[in-house]
Design a protein around this ligand. Structure first.
Ligand code: SOE
Length: 358
Protein backbone atom coordinates (compact mmCIF):
# COMPACT_ATOMS: atom_id res chain seq x y z
CA UNK A 1 0.00 0.00 0.00
CA UNK A 2 1.26 3.45 -0.88
CA UNK A 3 2.25 5.53 2.18
CA UNK A 4 0.45 8.89 2.22
CA UNK A 5 2.06 12.12 3.39
CA UNK A 6 0.42 13.11 6.70
CA UNK A 7 -1.17 16.56 6.58
CA UNK A 8 -0.42 18.30 9.88
CA UNK A 9 -2.29 21.16 11.53
CA UNK A 10 -0.34 22.92 14.29
CA UNK A 11 -2.08 24.64 17.19
CA UNK A 12 0.08 27.27 18.89
CA UNK A 13 2.82 28.61 16.64
CA UNK A 14 5.16 30.16 19.22
CA UNK A 15 8.78 29.55 20.14
CA UNK A 16 8.74 25.76 20.58
CA UNK A 17 6.80 25.32 17.36
CA UNK A 18 9.15 27.59 15.39
CA UNK A 19 12.29 26.14 16.97
CA UNK A 20 11.51 22.43 17.02
CA UNK A 21 8.17 21.36 15.52
CA UNK A 22 8.15 23.30 12.26
CA UNK A 23 11.76 22.37 11.33
CA UNK A 24 10.93 18.74 12.14
CA UNK A 25 7.81 18.78 9.96
CA UNK A 26 9.77 20.44 7.13
CA UNK A 27 12.53 17.84 7.37
CA UNK A 28 10.24 14.80 7.39
CA UNK A 29 9.31 13.29 4.02
CA UNK A 30 6.18 11.91 5.71
CA UNK A 31 4.75 15.18 7.05
CA UNK A 32 3.46 18.37 5.50
CA UNK A 33 2.18 21.47 7.26
CA UNK A 34 -1.27 22.41 5.95
CA UNK A 35 -2.96 24.50 8.65
CA UNK A 36 -2.08 26.61 11.67
CA UNK A 37 -3.96 28.02 14.64
CA UNK A 38 -3.05 30.70 17.16
CA UNK A 39 -5.04 33.09 19.35
CA UNK A 40 -2.61 35.87 18.42
CA UNK A 41 -3.92 37.09 15.04
CA UNK A 42 -0.78 39.05 14.16
CA UNK A 43 1.42 36.03 14.78
CA UNK A 44 -0.99 33.84 12.82
CA UNK A 45 -0.76 36.09 9.80
CA UNK A 46 3.02 36.45 9.94
CA UNK A 47 3.56 32.69 10.34
CA UNK A 48 0.97 31.94 7.64
CA UNK A 49 2.77 34.23 5.20
CA UNK A 50 6.20 32.86 6.09
CA UNK A 51 5.22 29.22 5.57
CA UNK A 52 2.77 29.70 2.71
CA UNK A 53 -0.38 28.62 4.58
CA UNK A 54 -3.40 30.04 2.71
CA UNK A 55 -5.61 32.39 4.80
CA UNK A 56 -8.52 29.89 4.84
CA UNK A 57 -6.30 27.43 6.71
CA UNK A 58 -5.22 29.90 9.39
CA UNK A 59 -7.49 29.56 12.42
CA UNK A 60 -7.95 31.37 15.71
CA UNK A 61 -10.25 28.66 17.10
CA UNK A 62 -8.55 25.29 17.62
CA UNK A 63 -11.85 23.44 16.95
CA UNK A 64 -11.86 24.75 13.39
CA UNK A 65 -8.36 23.43 12.79
CA UNK A 66 -9.00 20.06 14.42
CA UNK A 67 -12.17 19.52 12.39
CA UNK A 68 -10.76 20.87 9.13
CA UNK A 69 -11.02 18.25 6.37
CA UNK A 70 -7.48 18.64 5.11
CA UNK A 71 -5.94 18.05 8.56
CA UNK A 72 -4.96 14.41 9.20
CA UNK A 73 -3.04 14.93 12.45
CA UNK A 74 -2.91 17.63 15.13
CA UNK A 75 0.31 19.05 16.54
CA UNK A 76 -0.23 20.83 19.89
CA UNK A 77 2.28 23.47 21.02
CA UNK A 78 0.07 25.86 23.00
CA UNK A 79 0.56 27.13 26.53
CA UNK A 80 -0.08 24.30 28.99
CA UNK A 81 -3.61 25.43 29.91
CA UNK A 82 -4.85 24.64 26.38
CA UNK A 83 -3.24 21.18 26.06
CA UNK A 84 -6.20 19.33 27.56
CA UNK A 85 -8.97 20.90 25.51
CA UNK A 86 -7.10 20.75 22.19
CA UNK A 87 -5.99 17.14 22.73
CA UNK A 88 -9.52 16.15 23.79
CA UNK A 89 -10.87 17.73 20.59
CA UNK A 90 -8.37 15.70 18.55
CA UNK A 91 -9.44 12.54 20.38
CA UNK A 92 -13.11 13.32 19.73
CA UNK A 93 -12.35 13.88 16.03
CA UNK A 94 -10.37 10.60 15.98
CA UNK A 95 -7.24 12.39 14.72
CA UNK A 96 -3.72 11.45 15.87
CA UNK A 97 -2.10 14.12 18.01
CA UNK A 98 1.36 15.18 19.06
CA UNK A 99 1.31 16.96 22.42
CA UNK A 100 3.85 19.17 24.21
CA UNK A 101 4.70 18.51 27.83
CA UNK A 102 3.47 18.64 30.55
CA UNK A 103 0.35 17.14 29.04
CA UNK A 104 -2.17 18.92 31.30
CA UNK A 105 -2.43 21.20 34.32
CA UNK A 106 -3.45 18.43 36.73
CA UNK A 107 -3.34 14.67 37.16
CA UNK A 108 -7.16 14.58 37.03
CA UNK A 109 -7.10 16.06 33.52
CA UNK A 110 -4.29 13.71 32.52
CA UNK A 111 -6.36 10.71 33.62
CA UNK A 112 -9.38 11.84 31.58
CA UNK A 113 -7.27 12.52 28.48
CA UNK A 114 -5.32 9.26 28.66
CA UNK A 115 -8.51 7.24 29.17
CA UNK A 116 -10.28 8.96 26.26
CA UNK A 117 -7.31 8.50 23.89
CA UNK A 118 -7.07 4.82 24.77
CA UNK A 119 -10.81 4.17 24.50
CA UNK A 120 -10.96 5.84 21.10
CA UNK A 121 -7.70 4.20 20.06
CA UNK A 122 -6.27 7.50 18.85
CA UNK A 123 -2.55 7.44 18.02
CA UNK A 124 -0.52 9.95 20.00
CA UNK A 125 2.92 11.12 21.03
CA UNK A 126 4.08 13.33 23.91
CA UNK A 127 7.08 15.59 23.34
CA UNK A 128 9.55 14.41 25.94
CA UNK A 129 12.17 15.61 23.49
CA UNK A 130 15.28 14.37 25.23
CA UNK A 131 14.28 10.77 24.54
CA UNK A 132 15.44 11.63 21.02
CA UNK A 133 18.98 12.49 22.12
CA UNK A 134 21.29 9.77 20.87
CA UNK A 135 23.33 9.77 24.10
CA UNK A 136 20.19 9.07 26.13
CA UNK A 137 19.18 6.19 23.86
CA UNK A 138 22.69 4.75 24.02
CA UNK A 139 22.72 5.02 27.83
CA UNK A 140 19.36 3.24 27.98
CA UNK A 141 20.69 0.40 25.86
CA UNK A 142 23.91 0.02 27.87
CA UNK A 143 21.90 -0.20 31.09
CA UNK A 144 19.49 -2.72 29.54
CA UNK A 145 22.49 -4.83 28.47
CA UNK A 146 23.68 -4.84 32.09
CA UNK A 147 26.90 -2.96 31.28
CA UNK A 148 26.85 -1.06 34.59
CA UNK A 149 25.19 -3.80 36.60
CA UNK A 150 22.57 -2.99 39.18
CA UNK A 151 21.72 0.72 39.26
CA UNK A 152 22.00 2.32 42.71
CA UNK A 153 21.92 6.06 42.12
CA UNK A 154 20.86 8.57 39.51
CA UNK A 155 21.62 12.28 39.94
CA UNK A 156 19.94 14.53 37.41
CA UNK A 157 20.42 18.25 36.89
CA UNK A 158 18.47 20.39 34.44
CA UNK A 159 19.52 24.04 34.50
CA UNK A 160 18.57 27.16 32.54
CA UNK A 161 19.30 30.82 33.22
CA UNK A 162 16.40 32.86 31.87
CA UNK A 163 14.75 33.33 35.28
CA UNK A 164 17.71 35.30 36.65
CA UNK A 165 16.98 38.98 37.33
CA UNK A 166 19.68 39.92 34.80
CA UNK A 167 17.72 38.16 32.04
CA UNK A 168 14.83 40.66 32.58
CA UNK A 169 12.14 38.20 31.59
CA UNK A 170 8.62 39.66 31.89
CA UNK A 171 5.55 37.83 33.22
CA UNK A 172 5.19 35.37 30.35
CA UNK A 173 2.63 32.54 30.72
CA UNK A 174 5.26 30.23 32.12
CA UNK A 175 5.13 32.30 35.35
CA UNK A 176 1.33 32.19 35.74
CA UNK A 177 -0.07 29.13 37.53
CA UNK A 178 -3.48 29.20 35.83
CA UNK A 179 -1.75 28.94 32.44
CA UNK A 180 1.26 26.76 33.21
CA UNK A 181 0.40 24.58 36.21
CA UNK A 182 3.89 24.63 37.69
CA UNK A 183 7.05 26.61 36.88
CA UNK A 184 10.52 25.12 36.44
CA UNK A 185 9.10 21.85 37.77
CA UNK A 186 6.66 21.21 34.92
CA UNK A 187 8.77 22.91 32.28
CA UNK A 188 12.15 21.32 32.97
CA UNK A 189 11.53 18.87 35.81
CA UNK A 190 8.99 16.98 33.71
CA UNK A 191 11.72 16.24 31.14
CA UNK A 192 14.14 15.16 33.88
CA UNK A 193 11.61 12.79 35.45
CA UNK A 194 10.82 11.29 32.08
CA UNK A 195 14.45 10.93 31.02
CA UNK A 196 15.48 9.06 34.17
CA UNK A 197 12.46 6.76 33.80
CA UNK A 198 13.28 6.23 30.11
CA UNK A 199 16.94 5.45 30.64
CA UNK A 200 16.53 3.16 33.67
CA UNK A 201 13.26 1.58 32.49
CA UNK A 202 12.03 1.67 36.10
CA UNK A 203 8.96 3.23 37.70
CA UNK A 204 9.00 5.72 40.55
CA UNK A 205 7.65 4.53 43.88
CA UNK A 206 7.80 7.67 46.05
CA UNK A 207 8.95 11.31 45.96
CA UNK A 208 9.78 14.20 48.25
CA UNK A 209 10.05 17.72 46.89
CA UNK A 210 11.23 21.22 47.71
CA UNK A 211 10.24 24.14 45.49
CA UNK A 212 10.84 27.86 45.72
CA UNK A 213 10.48 31.24 44.04
CA UNK A 214 13.13 33.99 44.05
CA UNK A 215 11.47 36.66 41.92
CA UNK A 216 7.89 37.22 43.08
CA UNK A 217 6.85 39.95 40.65
CA UNK A 218 7.69 40.54 37.01
CA UNK A 219 6.81 43.29 34.52
CA UNK A 220 3.52 42.74 32.67
CA UNK A 221 3.87 42.09 28.95
CA UNK A 222 2.02 45.30 28.03
CA UNK A 223 4.51 47.28 30.10
CA UNK A 224 1.77 48.55 32.43
CA UNK A 225 2.97 47.59 35.88
CA UNK A 226 3.93 44.29 37.41
CA UNK A 227 2.18 40.97 38.02
CA UNK A 228 2.59 38.16 40.53
CA UNK A 229 4.68 35.05 39.84
CA UNK A 230 2.79 32.16 41.45
CA UNK A 231 4.91 29.19 40.38
CA UNK A 232 8.33 27.80 41.30
CA UNK A 233 11.63 29.15 39.98
CA UNK A 234 13.44 26.03 41.17
CA UNK A 235 12.50 22.59 42.29
CA UNK A 236 14.72 20.02 43.98
CA UNK A 237 13.39 16.58 44.70
CA UNK A 238 14.36 13.05 45.56
CA UNK A 239 12.68 9.90 44.40
CA UNK A 240 12.86 6.17 44.91
CA UNK A 241 12.35 3.86 41.98
CA UNK A 242 11.74 0.15 41.68
CA UNK A 243 14.72 -2.03 42.68
CA UNK A 244 15.75 0.50 45.35
CA UNK A 245 17.21 3.03 42.95
CA UNK A 246 17.72 6.31 44.79
CA UNK A 247 17.42 9.41 42.59
CA UNK A 248 18.03 13.11 43.18
CA UNK A 249 17.00 16.01 40.95
CA UNK A 250 18.03 19.67 40.81
CA UNK A 251 15.93 21.83 38.52
CA UNK A 252 16.31 25.59 38.16
CA UNK A 253 15.95 28.59 35.87
CA UNK A 254 18.47 30.44 38.01
CA UNK A 255 21.74 28.82 36.93
CA UNK A 256 23.99 31.52 35.52
CA UNK A 257 25.81 30.36 32.38
CA UNK A 258 23.44 27.48 31.70
CA UNK A 259 21.28 27.83 28.57
CA UNK A 260 19.79 24.36 28.39
CA UNK A 261 22.11 22.23 30.49
CA UNK A 262 21.42 18.67 31.50
CA UNK A 263 23.59 16.16 33.31
CA UNK A 264 22.47 12.72 34.39
CA UNK A 265 24.90 10.55 36.35
CA UNK A 266 24.00 6.90 36.76
CA UNK A 267 25.99 4.80 39.23
CA UNK A 268 25.74 1.03 39.16
CA UNK A 269 27.43 -1.99 40.73
CA UNK A 270 29.72 -2.55 37.70
CA UNK A 271 30.18 0.92 36.26
CA UNK A 272 28.84 4.41 35.79
CA UNK A 273 27.40 6.42 32.92
CA UNK A 274 27.21 10.18 32.50
CA UNK A 275 24.80 11.64 29.96
CA UNK A 276 25.18 15.35 29.33
CA UNK A 277 23.68 18.05 27.16
CA UNK A 278 25.51 21.32 26.77
CA UNK A 279 24.05 24.78 26.71
CA UNK A 280 24.75 25.65 23.08
CA UNK A 281 21.73 26.23 20.79
CA UNK A 282 22.60 22.99 18.98
CA UNK A 283 22.42 21.18 22.34
CA UNK A 284 25.23 18.66 21.93
CA UNK A 285 24.62 15.43 23.83
CA UNK A 286 27.44 13.22 25.04
CA UNK A 287 27.96 10.02 26.92
CA UNK A 288 30.85 9.00 29.18
CA UNK A 289 31.32 5.63 30.78
CA UNK A 290 33.47 4.30 33.59
CA UNK A 291 33.74 0.56 34.02
CA UNK A 292 36.26 -2.25 34.34
CA UNK A 293 38.45 -3.13 37.29
CA UNK A 294 37.16 -1.27 40.35
CA UNK A 295 40.73 -0.83 41.62
CA UNK A 296 42.62 -0.11 38.44
CA UNK A 297 40.18 1.83 36.25
CA UNK A 298 37.58 3.19 38.62
CA UNK A 299 38.50 6.84 38.23
CA UNK A 300 38.51 7.07 34.47
CA UNK A 301 35.47 8.18 32.49
CA UNK A 302 35.77 7.76 28.74
CA UNK A 303 33.74 9.50 26.07
CA UNK A 304 31.92 7.02 23.86
CA UNK A 305 31.35 7.71 20.18
CA UNK A 306 27.63 7.24 19.57
CA UNK A 307 26.68 4.65 16.93
CA UNK A 308 24.36 5.81 14.14
CA UNK A 309 21.53 3.53 15.25
CA UNK A 310 20.82 5.80 18.25
CA UNK A 311 20.08 8.91 16.20
CA UNK A 312 16.42 9.88 15.73
CA UNK A 313 14.14 12.86 15.29
CA UNK A 314 11.09 13.89 17.29
CA UNK A 315 8.72 14.87 14.47
CA UNK A 316 9.78 11.94 12.29
CA UNK A 317 8.94 9.70 15.23
CA UNK A 318 5.44 11.18 15.29
CA UNK A 319 5.08 10.42 11.57
CA UNK A 320 6.24 6.85 12.24
CA UNK A 321 3.70 6.46 15.04
CA UNK A 322 0.89 7.64 12.76
CA UNK A 323 2.13 5.26 10.03
CA UNK A 324 2.32 2.37 12.49
CA UNK A 325 6.10 2.02 12.14
CA UNK A 326 7.22 3.63 15.42
CA UNK A 327 10.18 2.16 17.35
CA UNK A 328 8.27 2.27 20.65
CA UNK A 329 10.79 4.65 22.23
CA UNK A 330 8.84 7.91 22.01
CA UNK A 331 6.64 8.88 24.94
CA UNK A 332 2.89 8.44 24.65
CA UNK A 333 -0.09 9.68 26.60
CA UNK A 334 0.40 7.02 29.31
CA UNK A 335 3.93 8.30 29.89
CA UNK A 336 2.55 11.84 30.01
CA UNK A 337 -0.08 10.75 32.50
CA UNK A 338 2.48 9.08 34.78
CA UNK A 339 4.61 12.22 34.54
CA UNK A 340 1.72 14.49 35.50
CA UNK A 341 1.01 12.36 38.58
CA UNK A 342 4.65 12.80 39.62
CA UNK A 343 4.47 16.58 39.18
CA UNK A 344 1.34 16.78 41.32
CA UNK A 345 2.92 14.55 43.96
CA UNK A 346 6.10 16.67 44.10
CA UNK A 347 4.06 19.86 44.60
CA UNK A 348 1.95 18.25 47.31
CA UNK A 349 4.99 16.77 48.97
CA UNK A 350 6.75 20.15 49.00
CA UNK A 351 3.68 21.77 50.57
CA UNK A 352 3.35 19.07 53.22
CA UNK A 353 7.10 18.61 53.73
CA UNK A 354 6.86 14.84 53.50
CA UNK A 355 7.50 11.84 51.24
CA UNK A 356 4.54 10.72 49.13
CA UNK A 357 4.05 7.24 47.71
CA UNK A 358 2.83 6.86 44.15
C1 SOE B 1 11.88 26.61 28.01
O1 SOE B 1 12.28 26.49 29.28
C2 SOE B 1 12.04 25.33 27.15
O2 SOE B 1 11.76 25.74 25.85
C3 SOE B 1 11.10 24.19 27.55
O3 SOE B 1 9.74 24.58 27.53
C4 SOE B 1 11.35 23.00 26.66
O4 SOE B 1 10.48 21.93 26.98
C5 SOE B 1 12.81 22.58 26.82
O5 SOE B 1 13.08 21.50 26.00
C6 SOE B 1 13.72 23.73 26.47
O6 SOE B 1 13.39 24.87 27.25
Amino acid sequence: MEKKVIRVGSVGVGAIWGGVHEPGIAKSPDLTLVAICDIDEKKLEAVGEKYGIPPQYRFTDYRDLVNCDIVDAVDICTSNDAHFKVAMAAVEAGKPFNLEKPITLTAEEADILAKAAQEKNVKNMVCFSYRFKAAARYAKDLIAQGKIGRVYHVNMQYFQAWGLPRANCPLVWRYVKSRTGTGALGDLGSHALDLVRFVTNKEYTRVVGHTGTYVHERPLLDGKGVGKVDVDDFSNYMADMEDEISVSFQITRFAYGRGNYQRMEIYGSEGAIVYSLDATPAGIDEIEVCSGDINADAHVFNHLPIPQQYFSDQMQSFADIVNGTGDGLAANIKDGQANQHLLDAIVESAEKGTWLSL
